[in-house]
Design a protein around this ligand. Structure first.
Ligand code: NAP
Length: 228
């Protein structure tokens, strides 16, 4: 049976790409595509089992709480959720009616970049992240850079290691780019990832759509769905 899928933010850049991809996937049936101003009730009317959210930092938490209450599993790509928001979502999802999967970055290369950066993190006294996105991106720093910094931070426990700093650039012509630069006396290590087209996020999004029903509560990070 195909998974009945709804998309919230369906007319945006990412939502449009999700719609295009879902239409070509026989394991998924696209039953609702919602834009700003459309009522979320349509997801219930169309009996959506999973909804993907690519909206805005202001809208995402309310949307996910609504989905959890109605027992619709959520796959979230929208950035801007804070630690306090995540705690609220976890509490709401505890009843077990619906699961939530959140990925700061759905690109496999970006997940590997974060993993490599965390592995390298304990060996270099200084580490800085430079992230670059399109000029109109609403959140700053990016969700990916915050997640990278958190993963690196947990690996940098020795007192001689400096905290990881993030530098955010907003430039027309960018999609999503990040460099992690690590420095020690006499050497630097640079780990870099570039998303040059939004298609790079789609395998991760569709994997999450197919797996979210098997998860429990709130799961953050595509690495939990990949056999790395
Ligand atoms: P976008 O092009 O601005 O699309 C957002 C869409 O959501 C717009 O069409 C907007 O409508 C709509 N929207 C806003 N509030 C809504 C609501 N309450 N209900 C339904 N639709 C609503 O942005 P984007 O480039 O697609 O990015 C969307 C989000 O995904 C951003 O937070 C971005 O940082 C994030 N992102 C994540 C990943 C990842 O891998 N996790 C990758 C890329 C982007 P209007 O145009 O009318 O405002």
């Amino acid at each position: 049976m195909a998974i009945r899928l709804g998309v919230i933010g369906a007319h945006g850049r990412m939502g449009t790409e999700v719609g295009k991809t879902a239409r070509q996937d026989s394991e998924v049936e696209l039953v609702a595509e919602l834009g700003r101003g459309d009522l979320l009730d349509r997801l219930q009317e169309k009996v959506a089992e999973v909804a993907v959210d690519f909206t805005t930092p202001e809208a995402v938490k309310g949307n996910v709480l609504w989905l959890i209450e109605r027992g619709i599993h959520a796959v979230v790509g929208t950035s801007g959720l804070t630690e306090a928001d995540l705690e609220e979502l976890e509490a709401a999802a505890q009843g077990g009616r619906a699961n939530v999967f959140i990925a700061p970055n759905f690109a496999v290369g970006a997940v590997l970049m974060m993993r490599f950066a965390a592995e390298a993190a304990p060996y270099f006294q200084a580490a800085e992240i430079v992230e670059r996105h399109r000029a109109a991106k609403l959140d700053k720093p990016s969700g990916t850079s915050l997640r990278t910094s958190a993963l690196m931070g947990s690996a940098r426990t020795a007192p001689w290691l400096k905290p990881v700093e993030i530098h955010s650039l907003r430039l027309p012509g960018s999609v999503a780019h990040q460099e992690v630069l690590l420095g020690a006396p006499g050497e630097t290590l640079t780990i870099r990832h570039d998303s040059i087209d939004r298609t790079c996020f789609m395998p991760g999004v569709m994997l999450a759509v197919k797996k979210v029903q098997e998860l429990r509560g709130v799961t953050v990070g595509l690495e939990h769905l990949l056999e790395l």
